[in-house]
Design a protein around this ligand. Structure first.
Ligand code: SF4
Length: 411
């Protein structure tokens, strides 16, 4: 009995990704430094997850991502209570749960880290959605700090030359804004350094994700959701390059040693939309019970998906175009092309879509995508309805029944 327990424990330990501990330490240090920013004589800027962060780092500003904080709130199951607080303030339950939780957090200083550090200014890029504009306006009024809005036109097809000029001009205005609020000249040399590191980090992150094309996959999308935090929060810094280099080595070793995320991988699936943060473990176990591994997703790949558009010799201009071309700022046809490419690259057998009550730009159009995937790719699609951070919108019995029924297709 004791021997069996020891063997089970050893098997569990073998499956664990060893870099995880380091990642937690880096994130703790990042938030600690951000909270101490004013002691360190640094400014703090809140920025949307798809916003151009590299100019901030070049100005020695600490970027903070309320959406990453929203994911932490979701993962710690604090979303429901915080959302209720904002609803009591008059915000509709139909609004994004990241926005609701963040607005409430500023008032009650709640959440897993007792609220975010006070911002000196805000940077909002609407390449992910329109909600962020109102959300950041509310926070700019609350903290009485300046707000820069970087407006990216939606890409129905190819980005027009006029649209490119429009976003490139805004990049210049963004630099002028930073010079005003930081009261110093923009550091071109540092920006070049940060920009090149950001490109390198995005390429490394893509290489980590690419390891999952191997059959069986050395990690699952649920692991990728966790390891994503650094490319979101710290891209452009050296620590990210070191971390993803280590993670990539670990993934390659796992492939060599035949260590897979799901020990008896038989079905390979693709995930669409933001994770259901408070249920990632439950979902991972649920799919594993069916010997199914989520080997790819449209979410984590968004932070490396436009790196090919960045020209190292024209960083500012090309970044403006790249940031305007991310997954949520493109048409359904382009989203489908991305899903089709991922399905082929990672050899998937089916697609799981999270119809996310919070995130309209990600979720509107999923039923059209479902039709396109089943008709053109001949892949089955499961749609589950939930919310990324508000756990009140998750029905375990309903979702369990749907997953079980879907998995019967592969038996
Ligand atoms: S609506 Fe979606 S894209 Fe917009 S902030 Fe919320 S989660 Fe992010």
């Amino acid at each position: 009995m004791a021997n069996q327990r020891a063997e089970d424990h050893a098997a569990q330990e073998r499956l664990k990704i060893k870099s995880t501990g380091l990642m937690k330490k880096i994130m703790k240090r990042y938030y600690f430094q951000a909270k101490m920013a004013h002691w360190l004589r640094k400014k703090v800027a809140w920025i949307t997850s798809g916003g151009p962060v590299e100019p901030l780092l070049a100005m020695n500003v600490i970027p903070i991502y309320p959406e990453n904080h929203g994911a932490m709130i979701g993962a710690t199951k604090m979303g429901g209570a915080l959302c209720e607080t904002s609803e009591a303030m008059g915000y509709s339950r139909d609004l994004c749960s990241y926005a609701r939780a963040d607005i409430a957090c500023s008032i009650v200083k709640g959440g897993p880290i007792g609220g975010l550090p006070r911002p000196d200014f805000l940077v909002c890029c609407n390449n992910i959605c329109g909600t962020v504009i109102k959300w950041y306006e509310i926070q700019a009024r609350f903290y009485q700090v300046p707000l820069f809005i970087f407006d990216t036109p939606f890409n129905h097809a190819e980005m027009s030359p006029a649209a490119k000029r429009y976003v490139q001009r805004q990049m210049q205005e963004y630099i002028e804004f930073l010079e005003r609020v930081c009261r110093k000249k923009f550091n071109e040399a540092k920006f070049q350094e940060v920009g090149l590191r950001s490109i390198q980090a995005q390429r490394l992150w893509q290489q980590v994700l690419d390891c999952c094309a191997h059959q069986p996959a050395p990690m699952s999308a649920f692991d990728a959701f966790f390891h994503l935090a650094l490319i979101v929060t710290l891209r452009g810094t050296k620590v990210v390059i070191d971390y993803y280099s280590q993670l990539l080595d670990e993934m390659r070793q796992r492939i060599e040693q035949n260590i897979s995320a799901v020990p008896n991988e038989k079905v390979r699936l693709l995930w669409d939309n933001i994770p259901i943060w408070y249920r990632t473990r439950w979902l991972s176990d649920k799919f594993s019970q069916h010997n199914a591994c989520l080997v790819a997703d449209t979410y984590t790949s968004a932070w490396s998906g436009v790196v090919h558009l960045i020209d190292e010799n024209h960083l500012l201009d090309s970044m403006a175009v790249a940031y305007s071309s991310i997954h949520l700022n493109v048409s359904i046809d382009q989203m489908f092309q991305k899903i089709a490419a991922l399905a082929q690259k990672y050899h998937v057998d089916g697609v799981v879509m999270h119809s996310n009550r919070s995130c309209k730009p990600y979720s509107f159009g999923q039923y059209d995508l479902q039709n396109m995937i089943t008709q053109r790719l001949n892949l089955p699609v499961l749609i589950i309805e939930a919310d990324m951070a508000d756990e009140r919108n998750f029905s375990e019995s309903q979702i369990e029944t749907r997953i079980d029924a879907f998995m019967e297709i592969f038996e």
